[in-house]
Design a binder for this molecule. Structure first.
Ligand SMILES: *[C@@H]1O[C@H](CO)[C@@H](O)[C@H](O)[C@H]1NC(C)=O
Ligand SMILES: *[C@@H]1O[C@H](CO)[C@@H](O)[C@H](O)[C@H]1NC(C)=O
Ligand SMILES: *[C@@H]1O[C@H](CO)[C@@H](O)[C@H](O)[C@H]1NC(C)=O
Ligand SMILES: *[C@@H]1O[C@H](CO)[C@@H](O)[C@H](O)[C@H]1NC(C)=O
Length: 521
């Protein structure tokens, strides 16, 4: 009897052990494409094995993001014969491989990043280790941790424009009195003009005074909710940034400027407008073409030019005075730290975000005021601070990017002839844009992009002294206008590592809390 019991116990034990598998290098790579791996090399640390088996069956049960197992480190070679740098520890993590979505060409098989466990071996430390490097949110008893609960709450309460308005593009573009339209087809009932900037019934962005931003984290940042903050630049010394001041102080600085003929920056147009497009399209490898949903379109990159800042200032004043026809010049997202480091002392980060978000870029934007930045998103939380002129910013939420047709779109770069002051379309590029929408919201092609009709736009127009908080990944189109007195448009913006992030291009990928900010949960 005793022997039967112990055999039974042995069998049960073996069954448990069987889920803690020995993996070949090929299996490690295969699993790492979908999951994070917690591995203990065979023959290292017997007490760890027991602990891992217990963690697997209790804490990390039903955890489909994690695989726990063992490997033989002796002679461990990946299928391509490369040898990973395996740490000499009893435990390590092979992180889930993040797909490189930016490159369309075949690349060598990516390898997981390996993180050694260095702390004292106990259950809590191992759980912390897994939470940190496998992006899980588990507590000791297997339930969601406080951070995990907070994250769930955040993802459930994200702001949608439909929470404040029932007007999607379909409603906005239809005749006010849609009963007069008898056609079944939406496209036949569109009201002219279709230019979104000529509509007036677009819901407005919330406005808040800088004094009432104490709860900014909970009310806006966490919810991915755009808001205009008034009075946040009161202490800035940017009021001395006149054209004359720029000329005198920084005239001799080198700047990198962008130019187009129409004032439109980075719009999308048919590739057929470009020289030699037939030859170019033929050269695109088949596997790349298969990943381009709109091979008939290109994102038009502006021409670029290096010059002295004084020359640029003359140029935009000249454009402003109509001395040049069909020429637009823009000092676009130009790094203040690189080109005008002294200007930084005249401005200040938003007080309510200082020390919370990590600043990535600080930019200056200057033009004659007649520019249109076409619909795109940026992978940064943005504070756009308007100093002179105004910007009419139309936003679309990032929750269902199939509606904005997020994709790789081939790029082309305008050429500029300085002698003639003319542009030409010659340079089709091998690269693609990952952040532009193929939809022209000034004249949407609903036949080609029917889902666009289901988006809910938001109007966030900023005037001098306004700051627009634009959460990362919100699509935006920006129509600038000149200051009537200064004939220019001037803004600065702060780009932060985003609190909520997503992979891109990936129309169905959802926002999630950026692991960088776990400490804020
Ligand atoms: C906001 O809208 C989204 C999408 O329609 C919905 O899931 C969510 O529950 C809404 N939130 C509130 C607070 O109404
Ligand atoms: C956006 O709002 C501003 C006022 O904040 C208004 O002047 C403008 O006409 C609106 N634009 C659209 C397209 O609704
Ligand atoms: C400017 O562009 C418009 C529209 O493309 C064109 O009709 C006009 O001839 C151009 N003017 C000059 C001076 O090139
Ligand atoms: C620019 O235009 C001038 C005058 O037509 C011409 O001679 C020159 O070759 C052009 N430059 C380039 C780079 O195309």
């Amino acid at each position: 009897m005793l022997t039967i019991l112990s055999v039974l116990a042995y069998i049960i034990h073996v069954c448990e052990v069987s889920s803690y598998e020995m993996l070949s290098p090929a299996e490690v790579i295969q699993i790492a494409n979908n999951k994070c791996l917690l591995l203990n090399p065979i023959n290292r640390g017997k007490e760890i094995v027991e602990m891992l088996i217990e963690l697997e069956s209790n804490v990390f049960r039903e955890q489909d993001q994690l695989f726990i197992g063992t490997i033989n480190v002796d002679g461990f070679l990946y299928p391509d014969k490369s040898q990973p740098n395996l740490p000499n520890t009893e435990l390590f993590i092979f992180q889930k491989i993040i797909k490189d979505r930016s490159c369309l060409m075949k690349v060598p098989i990516p390898k997981p990043t390996i993180v050694p466990f260095t702390g004292m071996v106990n259950k809590e430390n191992i759980i912390d280790f897994v939470n940190q490097y496998c992006f899980t949110y588990k507590s000791k008893n297997g339930a969601l941790s406080i951070e995990g609960l907070h994250r769930e709450e955040i993802l459930k309460s994200l702001f949608h424009v439909s929470n404040i308005s029932n007007k999607n593009i379909r409603n906005i573009f239809m005749h006010e009195d849609s009963s007069t339209c008898t056609s079944d087809s939406f496209e036949n009932c569109l009201q002219e003009p279709q230019n979104i900037y000529h509509k007036s019934n677009i819901p407005q962005c919330e406005r808040v005074n800088a004094e009432n931003t104490k709860d900014f984290f909970n009310k806006y940042l966490k919810m991915s909710k755009p808001v205009i903050i008034e009075g946040a630049m009161k202490k800035w010394k940017s009021n001395k940034w006149s054209m004359k001041y720029f000329q005198e102080k920084y005239g001799d600085n080198d700047v990198h400027i962008k130019m187009t003929s129409t004032g439109e920056y980075e719009g999308v147009e048919p590739v057929t407008l470009w020289d030699n497009h037939e030859k170019f399209l033929k050269k695109i490898p088949r596997e790349v073409k298969a990943k381009l949903p709109f091979p008939d379109l290109v994102v038009v990159r502006p021409a670029t030019l290096n010059m002295k800042f004084s020359k640029f200032l003359d140029l935009i004043q000249s454009i402003s005075n109509s001395n040049y026809k069909n020429v637009s010049a823009y000092l676009e997202y130009s790094s203040i730290r690189e080109y005008f480091p002294e200007l930084e002392s005249d401005i200040e980060e938003m007080e309510f975000i200082k020390g919370i978000l990590h600043l990535k870029h600080l930019n200056i934007w200057l033009s004659d005021g007649n520019t249109l930045g076409k619909t795109h998103f940026d992978p940064f939380d943005n504070f756009l601070c308007q100093i002179s002129g105004k910007k009419e910013v139309i936003l679309f939420e990032p929750h269902d990017n199939s509606r904005l047709y997020e994709a790789h779109i081939p790029e082309a770069i305008l050429s500029f002839n300085k002698t003639e002051m003319t542009f030409s379309r010659r340079h089709l590029s091998d690269s693609t844009s990952l952040v532009m929408s193929p939809i022209d919201i000034l004249k949407p092609n609903f036949q080609k992009f029917p889902k666009f009709a289901e988006t809910y736009p938001l109007n966030c127009t900023i005037n001098e002294g306004d700051v627009l908080f634009m959460p990362a990944f919100w699509w935006h189109e920006v129509q600038s206008y000149p200051s009537p007195t200064e004939g220019r448009n001037l803004a600065v913006n702060f780009w932060y590592e985003p609190f909520l992030t997503k992979e891109f291009p990936c129309p169905t990928c959802k926002l999630d809390v950026n692991p960088t900010y776990r400490n804020l949960l």
